[in-house]
Ligand binder design. Sequence first.
Ligand SMILES: Cc1cc2nc3c(=O)[nH]c(=O)nc-3n(C[C@H](O)[C@H](O)[C@H](O)COP(=O)(O)OP(=O)(O)OC[C@H]3O[C@@H](n4cnc5c(N)ncnc54)[C@H](O)[C@@H]3O)c2cc1C
Length: 508
Amino acid sequence: MIEVVWFKRDLRVEDHAALCAARGRVLCLHVIEPAFWRGEDASPRQWRFARAALADLRARLAALGLPLVVRVGEAVEVLADLHARHGIAALHSHEETGNLWTYARDRAVGRFCRAHGIPWREQPQPGVIRRLADRDHWAARVAAQMDAPPLAPPRGLIPCTEEPEGEIPEEPCAWNPADGLARPQPAGRAAALGLLESFLAGRGSEYRRGMSSPLTAGRVCSRLSPHLAFGSLSLREAVRRVREGLAALEAMEARARPIPPGAAQSLLSRLHWRAHFMQKLESEPALEIRAAHPAAEAARRPTAPDDARLRAWAEGRTGWPFLDACMRALIAEGWITFRMRAMLQAVASHHLALDWRASGLVLARRFTDYEPGIHWPQVQMQSAATGINAPRLYNPIKQGLDHDPEGRFIARWIPELAPLPPVLRHMPWKGEPGLYPPPLLDAAEAARAARARLAAQRAAPGFEAAARAVFARHGSRQRRLHEDDPMARRAREAARAARARRQLRLDL
Ligand SMILES: Cc1cc2nc3c(=O)[nH]c(=O)nc-3n(C[C@H](O)[C@H](O)[C@H](O)COP(=O)(O)OP(=O)(O)OC[C@H]3O[C@@H](n4cnc5c(N)ncnc54)[C@H](O)[C@@H]3O)c2cc1C
């Protein structure tokens, strides 16, 4: 009999509760699932990163005396085959918060385990709590998880050596491996730890100021996202190291600090947001395909994959140069900073009135760090589909003028605009109309139409009650419902003004 440790999106040996829980003869397994990789949200750039992280995991397990068995196929079939030949006494893995495909696969694995009397011991991943009723005590429970020390890799496990290890294939399925990625991010544990250290040692000094501009963000942001997504590093490990770094910074004289403590604090906040967003999809897996708020769901109109506006947006040809430059950078680099992700998504949903699911899939494939638990709740939030977040309509021209005032980022990604003076790079139609395709729409008019659509949705009966239900399930308890929402603020101010007018009318 063997115990199987199934590595999923947790490709590390440190802080790995499933590996620590295994006893007796242990077989470490990773299943490359072609049907998963053929999914609409998967892409060659994600596979390249995962493949390198997998090779790194194999080397790290070998150092513990444990071979990593890699199989290509369906998880249930692979497990059934191992069970038939060795007998599986227990299956160990982490509780994966994945997409709907992995959710269905896990249900099938659960059925297989129950049918064969195999206990499946799933370990919580730090930051996410399964079967959570509401958000009331979530933060305290996650804080306790983060305070616990990361688990050391186990020593002395007895390897199952009868299974051939199996090659890690070049490609996981038949597909076109070229997806435009020109500058892949290095994968593996050493790269992840290196990023943490370089951030704390100085790279993060401009984090707060530089994180929003695409000119500086690639250098000053932590860039931990694909490592956290594929699990070369656990969230708890990252939090712990940043906390240690913060304590060291606070103990230093101000002028000796390589980065301001505020930068480490900001990074800690974002790591916390990671958990906050992952929890949303864990609590409601359907957020991948269904809007959180019923009014937003009712208003949805599907967008066909070959819709001309969707294609123009996805290929960086909307005629709004800064937005197009961001999309082209994302295609080539597999990463773009938060603010630009928010703008790309918001313009697709609001100005171009595209279904968030269609544009969200395009972005998912383009992100090397695609993490369903962050991605779909963020896509919904930027598309005003949650009913509990302030609708933000980013103006693609103003964003460019704010974050790339000299048009250097535009010139880099759209070289034909480089000869123009800075302001005209943002609005070439005002200078040389034939040089660049005109915008698909007038940005101001499109924004007005989007605001009117949103206002109508919010005025419908039952909107508030449904928003309260969404908030109970997913809202951060650090804020009150609608406190950051300009529409709600205006409504509160109007109500206050009306109360004041009524008071004035009272003849005391
Ligand atoms: C529409 C949209 C889709 C997104 N999709 C993804 C995705 O698929 N995968 C992904 O990792 N991030 C996603 N994000 C969140 C964020 O943009 C990225 O996490 C961040 O840009 C990654 O770069 P970094 O690691 O240098 O981040 P840093 O700023 O250095 O932050 C460190 C870590 O904190 C977490 N984090 C940072 N910002 C956020 C946030 N706003 N919400 C939740 N967690 C956050 C990430 O794990 C990140 O790696 C999305 C944001 C938007 C607006």
